[in-house]
Write a protein that binds this ligand. Structure first.
Ligand code: GLN
Length: 494
């Protein structure tokens, strides 16, 4: 039998449906791979029994000739930002340690309904705040990738969905959920040589997803191929009356609509994305990306997104502002940790719980957020940032008058060693400079692996689409995938 852990979503689903192997065999193979990979620290908790139970249900359905579902027999990793009933859900924070929700998030429920099973809850940056996975209370995730040339330096898998990216790249999960507030699906996907798509804001329900910045948060799939992302996104998405910002739209048949033929399509190249400090090899892969899309039949056109340079500063006002409000609920009363010093009153309990429960990056964001929302500074910072957000959205709307999708790098650099940017929050924030504009505008955006750099580390290309045009994004991604022939994979050291 082929090594089942090398298979992706489509191959597993079709193999189980076709009787090549059972869902139980698949779940057992991945459970074993997960258990062997503890050195990556990709999972906060593992749930082998959940994966087995879902697999057995799929096998039983097959025996009865029933429909196995979009994800039938596929075990996946679940970012530990999604509430999972009866299974610890922490957002990688001490403040939620031990919290076992009484409910299931809509997205995870959709995946179980589609026949998927859960291998475990994946590590992430604390409350999804970070770009390297180093802000997790449960220790950083280590990327399965290492630089070629003998250096065994531990590298970052990106963040905040770093457990997801590491697990999928290491082949200990065929796919995983991610969330993207300002790049957290795309940047880790780029760092680890996998695909990840953030759909249009509102496609995936936020109900039961631990909130970071509610006007930006979107869930999406991370997998090794564009096809696998299309399949999984179809299973995750859909209108949810429990989320007031959920899109009341049918989920298109993205998998069936896949086509790498881009004839008649125009792809825009935003001139403002040629930024100082962008790695030469990344600029080269961007050029290569244009050639690939031209080869697929697209016309390449120059476009302008003039407010690009204000997007990142605006994001780092809007996101912390919303976070400071969302995180007010962690007070020692309702969830997880409670620190109640002897003889303390209610205020003391709040303060002690939050002081002990939140990590430094989370505290930094809460401080920034409360500052920019305070009476004296609201107009100077928050209102200004909201205006910039409108201008960034308008830039995209104008550019989409001239093109169908935009091609850009996903990140300004390849993955970096763990520890490298830890003392410099601004350098860390720069990682998301190419990702954040699409988040502010709520647009679908995907990262697809393009090549490896001279250190043997993956580089990703990003496609940003019009609102609701996930299909256009996936198709451009497919055109890149079929030309990039990205077959590099990390050498096993764990
Ligand atoms: N890295 C960005 C941040 O720290 C984005 C995080 C995310 O998308 N969740 O805010």
């Amino acid at each position: 039998m082929t090594d089942l852990t090398n298979l992706g979503v489509k191959d597993i689903r079709d193999g189980v449906a076709g009787g090549e192997f059972t869902a139980r065999e698949v779940a057992e193979a991945f459970n074993a791979a997960v258990a062997e990979a503890a050195a990556l620290n990709a999972f906060i908790v593992t749930t082998p029994d959940h994966a087995l139970a879902a697999a057995d249900a799929t096998d039983a359905k097959r025996a009865k000739g029933e429909d196995l579902g979009k994800m039938g027999g596929v075990p996946i990793g679940m970012k530990d930002l999604f509430a999972t009933k009866g299974v610890q859900t922490t957002a990688a924070s001490h403040i939620l340690e031990g919290f076992k929700p009484e409910y299931e998030s809509t997205v995870s429920q959709n995946l179980w309904d589609a026949g998927a099973g859960m291998l475990g809850k994946l590590n992430l940056d604390q409350f999804a705040m970070g770009s390297s996975n180093e802000t997790s209370y449960f220790g950083n995730v280590t990327s399965p990738w290492r630089r070629s040339g003998g250096a065994n330096t531990d590298m970052s898998p990106g963040g905040s969905s770093g457990g997801s990216s590491a697990a999928v790249a290491a082949r200990i999960a065929p796919a995983a959920t991610g969330t993207d507030t300002g790049g957290s699906i795309r940047q880790p996907a780029a760092f680890t040589g996998i695909c990840g798509i953030k759909p249009t804001y509102g496609r995936c329900s936020r109900w039961g997803v631990v909130a970071f910045a509610s006007s930006l948060d979107q869930a999406g799939p991370m997998a090794r191929t564009v096809e696998d992302c299309a399949i999984m996104l179809e299973a995750m998405a859909g209108f949810d009356p429990k989320d007031a910002t959920s899109l009341k739209m049918d989920v298109p048949a993205w998998e069936a609509g896949l086509s790498a033929d881009l004839k008649g399509k125009k792809i825009g190249i935003p001139r403002e994305y040629r930024m100082d400090g962008t790695d030469e090899e990344i600029l080269k892969s961007w050029e290569q990306g244009k050639e690939w899309l031209r080869d697929a039949g697209a016309e390449i056109v120059d476009v302008s997104l003039p407010h690009t340079k204000y997007a990142l500063p605006a994001y780092y006002i809007v996101a912390p502002a919303e976070a400071s409000s969302n995180l007010a609920r962690y007070d020692g009363v309702r969830y997880g940790l409670r620190d109640l010093p002897d003889g303390a009153g209610l205020q003391d309990m709040y303060a002690a719980t939050r002081a002990a429960g939140f990590g430094d990056e989370v505290k930094r964001r809460i401080l920034i957020g409360t500052y920019v929302l305070s009476a004296g500074f609201y107009d100077a910072y928050y209102t200004q940032a909201q205006k910039v957000r409108t201008l960034v959205s308008r830039d995209f709307a104008q550019a989409f008058g001239q093109c169908d999708a935009i091609l850009a790098p996903t990140t300004p650099t390849a993955s970096f060693p763990l520890g490298e940017n830890q003392d410099d929050p601004l350098a860390m924030y720069l990682n998301d400079v190419f990702a954040v504009p699409a988040s502010l505008a709520g647009l679908p955006a995907m990262s697809v692996p393009a090549t490896v750099n001279s250190d043997g580390l993956p580089l990703g290309l990003q496609i940003v689409g019009k609102p609701f045009d996930e299909q256009g994004v996936l198709n451009a991604g497919l055109a890149i995938q079929s030309r990039a022939n990205f077959t590099a994979k990390p050498e096993k050291w764990w």
